[in-house]
Design a binder for this molecule. Structure first.
Ligand code: PLP
Length: 388
């Protein structure tokens, strides 16, 4: 027991810190992403929180893509700001010069989403990683929508990967969860910016994470410090359910992507009729991110499409209520097709300006294409459009 508490032996002594079931799934996700270790959390929100708090404290600063999940935006812009951590939000399509100008002496990391929820912007991971590294800090990437089946951000220079495992990884709306994966390649000692990793931690009888744990320093520190103090461990029962989902991740992602491509093409074909006003799906030839998709997501992006229907906000609501197969739910990235109007639900706390900043227009419908027969999904959409 003493050796376990001294971090000199590997084993299990309390579930808030480590549990055999959780550990098995953490190792699987670390392998899927190509990282050195992973820490599972109670939700995706906890994963985002931990990924930043592990290396930032009051007085520090983060450069963050503005194309991120609304919950992450609120967490950063409100809660972490209130705790004294400052954020600069940058458009993911920003020039290298303007991106460089966003960094300050106290900048500790850069944060972005591979494919943003729900605006579906694709992050140029390599460009953001290079910018982060020019300033001696790591790039953290939320890879929830792409999953490691479609993109492994570490291969393009990202240093830390986070997920809401609640989405495709679980895939069946069974269990909420999150994970932070340590890529193990970032040199925490080079810049002198990370004393919490490179100098003794008095709260853990003087351990120096980089000395004792080498390239797993970030991951071990997250567990022994943040998980010890803040909790937010994923429950073993949820990890068990997540593991079942992971077994079919690769199959499901293939089907999500092939279905979504056909649905997106169908929606795009309706633009000339005026029933659909615009379609945003990264894999469409017409999409502004098509070149980035070829580079980062050659097997396909994800199953989520956003589009506008004629009649704006009203039209969007009428359309959704006319669907029979697709469920109106907050959840996204599920085996079942589901649909949401962010402006009146998930994003309703954001002002019009904030909505615009994260790429959500009032008429935007987020369609999460499931793994059902694609003909049934298209028939459902066609039927609902009759009602507009
Ligand atoms: C859902 C989501 C989150 C938050 O995850 P929860 O499991 O709901 O806490 C974070 N990032 C992205 C991209 C998401 O889609």
């Amino acid at each position: 027991m003493g050796a376990l508490f001294d971090l000199k032996a590997n084993g299990f002594f309390y579930t808030r810190l480590a549990n055999p079931t959780v550990d098995a799934v953490e190792k699987k996700i670390a392998a899927l992403e190509g990282g050195v270790c992973a820490v599972m959390t109670s939700s995706g929100q906890a994963a985002s929180t931990f990924s930043v708090l592990n290396i930032c404290k009051a007085g520090d600063h983060v450069v963050c893509s503005s194309a991120i999940y609304g919950g992450t935006y609120n967490l950063f812009n409100k809660t972490l700001r209130d705790l004294g951590i400052d954020f600069t939000f940058v458009n993911p399509d920003i020039s290298d010069e303007a991106l460089d100008a966003a960094f300050r002496d106290n900048t500790k990391c850069v944060f972005g989403e591979t494919i943003s929820n729900p605006s579906l912007d694709v992050l140029d991971i390599e460009r953001f990683a290079n910018a982060a590294h020019r300033h001696g800090v790591p790039l953290i990437v939320d890879n929830t929508f792409a999953t490691p089946a479609n993109c492994r951000p570490f291969e393009f220079g990202a240093d830390i990967v986070t997920h809401s495992t609640t989405k495709y990884m679980d895939g069946h709306a069974c269990a909420i969860g999150g994970v932070v994966v340590d890529g193990g390649r970032f040199d925490w000692t080079a810049s002198g910016k990370f004393p919490m990793l490179t100098e003794p931690d008095e709260s853990y009888h003087g351990v120096t994470y980089t000395k004792s744990f080498g390239n797993a320093a970030y991951g071990v520190k997250m567990r022994t410090h943040l998980m010890r103090d803040l909790g937010s461990m994923q429950s073993p029962q949820n990890a068990f359910l997540l593991n079942i989902g992971l077994e079919t991740l690769f199959l499901r992602m293939e089907r999500h992507c092939s279905n979504a491509k056909k649905v997106a093409e169908f929606l795009e074909s309706l633009i000339k009729s005026g029933k659909i006003t615009w379609v945003n799906y990264p894999d469409l030839e017409s999409n502004k991110y098509h070149a980035l998709v070829k580079k980062y997501l050659p097997k396909g992006s994800c199953g989520v499409i956003s589009f506008g229907v004629a009649g704006g906000r009203e039209g969007a609501i009428r359309f959704m209520e006319s669907l029979k197969l697709a469920a109106i739910v907050t959840h996204v990235a599920d085996a079942r097709t589901c649909v949401l109007h962010p402006a009146s639900t998930t994003h309703r706390q954001l002002s019009d300006r904030e909505l615009e900043e994260c790429g959500v227009t009032p008429d935007l419908i987020r369609l999460s294409v499931g793994i059902e027969n694609v003909d049934d999904i298209i028939e459902d959409i066609a039927g609902a459009l009759e009602n507009i």
